[in-house]
Design a protein around this ligand. Structure first.
Ligand SMILES: NC(=O)C1=CN([C@@H]2O[C@H](COP(=O)(O)OP(=O)(O)OC[C@H]3O[C@@H](n4cnc5c(N)ncnc54)[C@H](OP(=O)(O)O)[C@@H]3O)[C@@H](O)[C@H]2O)[C@H](O)CC1
Ligand SMILES: [K+]
Length: 496
């Protein structure tokens, strides 16, 4: 097993192009299928040496072909193999037909399968070619297996899972292991797909790198390969002013904690200076609870304009605890020439007029980062949120393009997308990261990186990763205060 493309995600449609180009370049496509099937058989033997029966469920396409190769290999290895086919295997075409011809055991109809204790089910019904909802003959088996303790090893994808969107159509097998080929697909990392796949193993079946890279596109897994080289580096000449100035807007006296969490996280992420821009009525509360963070009174749009005359004020976080309404809208629009993380109430404030926000940041370099969770996303992009044909990656990409902003579409599978179509799916977040105030910390980290001059997409992607990394270091039971204090700048020596 060699995962040659650990940071890459290839959609099923792009994978079909990879296959086509591999065939055009003279590669033997049946050889690819045989290597895929052998990899499945090897994984079955490695993970389930105690299996009493290897039950291979074969579908009408090449996923089924992989299943027939695996079944033949398992028989040759002395396994007790039973094969069940969806439809008449005599109708198979191309490589799948060859694989069926090379399997010299009995094939029974899918409907005849009855699970038994000791079965390992090898699910080779549908993979990249799933094009519509599963038929009842397959959903029946999924329902039956959900009630018994029979492990499933999925070939390429658990059948029913859409490899592009990560959504079941309308159900999918619950696999313990998924063996996929060449590179992961979005469905392996997006939810709920990630949970349906179990442990994913990627096998190199011999398609040359140049062909894969031609179609790998601009969607990947969020890891350091995508941004580490773009992060700020401290040198002996660094001082607090060269490390940038982050301003976080505080809410009213009864809602100041969120902004302080953002400010502390920004400082921890490496910003040289952090100022809380606070309403006069909240200054005392803020002053009494901060030390390294500076406080400045910014009550209204005039005092904000005054503050902005200092051009060193380059990066801002607006939204955590700020309150929804006209003041948030006016402040965000006044910041249109600067780098801005708009979070929480800042996002919700534009529910009625999202275009005014998008237009303000439309020209020049991308400098707006929007960090919505699902509900906030629906406020700014109701049409995209309601379009069930789109997966989370497509939604985030379309929103980023429309908003001229980097989108951080939050969740356990946060997607970071840029207006130019680049997108990364985050996969290092532990479940205990979902806690009150966690989003405020994330906004602050991204703001801290923006303040240091990191480009918006890389700042957002690195911020999401560092946020999850800090939570992983802390372990379960963390609070947002713990999290903000635990943020560290990226360190290649310890974080890799
Ligand atoms: N390079 C690689 O990664 C390789 C992967 N391999 C394997 O090939 C499959 C993809 O094979 P493909 O034939 O394109 O697709 P599937 O086997 O997943 O399914 C296609 C057939 O299934 C029919 N279909 C689709 N959805 C349904 C449904 N809901 N109900 C019934 N039938 C369905 C579809 O019919 P159409 O009418 O839509 O044409 C096809 O008949 C990949 O996943 C890997 O496992 C290669 O083996 C090696 C190279
Ligand atoms: K499958």
């Amino acid at each position: 097993m060699t995962d040659k493309f650990p940071s890459v995600l290839i959609s099923p449609a792009s994978m079909a192009k990879v296959d086509r180009d591999a065939a055009l370049s003279g590669l033997d496509s049946y050889g690819l299928m045989r290597r895929a099937g052998f990899a499945v058989a090897a994984a079955a033997l490695r993970h389930y040496p105690e299996a009493v029966r290897f039950v291979v469920l074969c579908g009408p396409g090449n996923n089924g072909g992989d299943g027939f190769v695996a079944a033949a290999a398992l028989r040759e290895a002395g396994g007790n193999v039973r094969v069940f086919s969806l439809g008449d295997p005599g109708q198979l075409r191309g490589d799948a037909a060859k694989a069926f011809a090379d399997f010299d055991g009995a094939v029974e109809p899918l409907e005849a399968y009855r699970q038994e204790q000791g079965d390992l089910v090898i699910d080779a019904l549908f993979g990249a070619g799933l094009s519509r909802d599963l038929p009842p003959s397959v959903t029946d088996i999924i329902d039956r297996l959900a009630e018994v303790d029979v492990p499933v090893l999925a070939v390429d994808l658990p059948s029913g899972l859409d490899g592009a969107t990560g959504k079941p159509r309308p159900k999918a097998f619950q696999a313990q292991h998924t063996v996929t080929f060449v590179a992961r697909k979005p469905g392996h990392v997006l939810l709920p797909g990630r949970g349906l796949c179990g442990e994913v193993e990627v096998f190199d079946i011999g398609i040359p790198r140049r062909i894969v890279e031609r179609h790998a596109g601009i969607v990947g897994i969020n890891d350091l390969a995508h941004w580490a080289a773009m992060l700020p580096r401290l040198s002996d000449a660094s001082h607090k002013f060269t490390r940038g100035h982050l301003t976080v807007f505080s809410g009213k006296a009864s809602a100041t904690g969120a902004a302080r969490l953002s400010g502390l996280a920004g400082l921890k992420a490496g910003a040289g200076l952090v100022t809380l821009a606070s309403p006069g009525s909240a200054v005392l509360v803020n002053v009494s609870q901060t030390t390294a963070i500076m406080i400045r009174t910014v009550d209204d749009i005039d005092s904000l304009q005054d503050y902005l005359t200092d051009k060193r004020m380059g990066a801002f976080v607006l939204g955590p605890g700020f309150g929804i309404g006209e003041k948030a809208r006016a402040f965000a629009l006044a910041l249109a020439e600067r780098r801005l993380v708009l979070d929480a109430d800042g996002i919700s404030s534009f529910k009625e007029a999202p275009e005014s926000l998008f237009d303000a940041f439309a020209s020049g370099e991308t400098r707006l980062v929007l960090t919505p969770h699902e509900g906030e996303f629906a406020r700014l992009f109701p049409d995209l949120a309601g379009d069930d044909s789109l997966g989370k990656v497509e939604k985030a990409r379309a929103a980023a393009t429309r908003a001229h902003a980097v989108l951080v579409y939050k969740g356990a599978d946060t997607v970071i997308a840029a207006p130019d179509g680049r997108a990364l799916v985050n996969a290092n977040a532990p479940p205990w990261l979902a806690t009150a105030g966690s989003g405020d910390v994330l906004a602050g980290i991204i703001g801290g990186l923006l303040a240091q001059g990191t480009a918006a997409f890389e700042a957002a992607a690195a911020g999401v990763w560092l946020h999850a990394k800090a939570a992983t270091r802390l372990g379960p039971g963390l609070t947002a205060e713990d999290l903000a204090s635990a943020v560290q700048p990226f360190q290649a020596e310890t974080d890799c």
